[in-house]
Design a protein around this ligand. Structure first.
Ligand code: PAF
Length: 286
C-alpha cells in the first residue's frame, strides 16, 4: 500500500491520475480503520477510478479536555485494512505538514453546528470543516465519502460544499454495526467489557423508537422522553443529548412526519467514552 506523507508529493501524484482521466474518490478518516471505513472505501472503489484514504488525527477538532492524545493510532493495521477494501493510496500527513504554523484561517458553517455535537463540543465542527476543506484543496477529489454515524458532520460538510461551490460530490454512506447493533467507531476500543455490553442500549433505544413511530406515536417530546427512559435503564449510561430534528436542516420538529426526513440523534457517555448514534426516518416510510 502506497503511503504519501507530503502535500507536494500527493498533489503531483493526483495531477498525474487526473491527467490520465481518472475520477478521484476520497475517504477522509482519522485512522484506526474498522469495517465502517472499509465500507466507504469499497463504495469509493466501485464508483471512482483512484481511491485515496486520508489518515490524519486532526488536533483542530478536539477540545482541550478531549481524547486527542489517546485517540487510537495504528498505521500498519490501517494499511492492511485500506488495501483489503480496495484503496490505491493513503495520504498520511504529520500535524506539522498540515499545520506548519498556527492557522489564522478557518472554515465555519453556522446554524447547523449550533446543536447536537456542535453544542456539546464547541469548536469541533470548525476543526472538521477546516481540515476537510484543506483535504479537498490538496487532493481535489471528484467524490468524497462520509459515514452517516456522524450524520451532523455529513449535513455540515454538504452545506460547506454547497456554500463554497466546491466541485465535489459528497456521498453519505450507511452506518455499519456490530452484530448486536453497536455502531462501529474507532472509539469503541476505549470501552470496558461492562460498558461495551451496556452500550448496545443506544441501538436498542433507536429500534424501540422506530417501533413506537410505526405504532403511531409521532410527537417528538414523547419519543425523546421514552428514549431517555430506555437508555437510563443502563447503570453506566450518562446521556449527553437525545434530540429529534429535521434532517439535514437540523431544526426542531414537534412531530416526526413534519418534514420529509427526521433524525433521532443520541450522544451518551459510558465512563470516559462518548458514543453517538442516530436513526434517520423518511416520512414515506412512516
Ligand atoms: O469523521 C472523521 O473521521 C473526521 O471528522 C474527518 C472527517 C476525517 C475530519 O477529520
Amino acid at each position: 500500500m502506497e503511503v504519501i506523507t507530503t502535500i507536494n508529493e500527493i498533489r503531483t501524484r493526483i495531477a498525474k491520475e487526473k491527467k490520465a482521466g481518472k475520477v478521484i474518490g476520497l475517504v477522509p478518516t482519522m485512522g484506526y480503520l474498522h469495517r465502517g471505513h472499509q465500507s466507504l472505501i469499497e463504495k469509493a472503489r466501485k464508483e471512482s477510478d483512484f481511491v485515496v484514504v486520508s489518515i490524519f488525527v486532526n488536533p483542530l477538532q478536539f477540545g482541550p479536555n478531549e481524547d486527542y492524545d489517546r485517540y487510537p493510532r495504528d498505521l500498519e493495521r490501517d494499511k492492511i485494512m485500506a488495501k483489503q477494501a480496495g484503496a490505491d493510496l493513503i495520504f498520511f500527513p504529520s500535524v506539522n505538514e498540515m499545520y506548519p504554523a498556527k492557522p489564522k484561517t478557518f472554515v465555519e458553517v453556522n446554524e447547523l453546528t449550533a446543536q447536537l455535537c456542535g453544542k456539546s463540543r464547541p469548536g469541533h465542527f470548525r476543526g472538521v470543516t477546516t481540515v476537510v476543506s484543506k483535504l479537498f484543496h490538496i487532493i481535489q477529489p471528484d467524490m468524497a465519502y462520509f459515514g452517516l454515524k456522524d450524520a451532523q458532520q455529513v449535513a455540515v460538510i454538504q452545506q460547506m460544499v454547497q456554500d463554497l461551490n466546491m466541485p465535489i460530490t459528497i456521498i453519505p454512506c450507511p452506518i455499519v454495526r456490530e452484530e448486536d447493533g453497536l455502531a462501529l467507531s474507532s472509539r469503541n476500543v476505549y470501552l470496558s467489557p461492562e460498558e461495551r455490553n451496556q452500550a448496545t442500549i443506544l441501538y436498542q433505544s433507536l429500534q424501540k423508537a422506530k417501533e413506537w413511530i410505526e405504532e403511531g406515536i409521532t410527537e417528538t417530546r414523547i419519543l425523546k422522553d421514552r428514549i431517555r427512559s430506555v437508555i437510563e435503564t443502563q447503570s453506566l449510561a450518562r446521556i449527553d443529548y437525545v434530540e429529534i430534528l429535521s434532517f439535514p436542516s437540523l431544526e426542531p420538529v414537534g412531530e416526526i412526519n413534519e418534514t420529509s426526513q427526521t433524525i433521532i440523534a443520541l450522544a451518551v457517555w459510558f465512563g470516559k467514552t462518548r458514543l453517538i448514534d442516530n436513526l434517520i426516518i423518511d416520512r414515506n416510510e412512516v
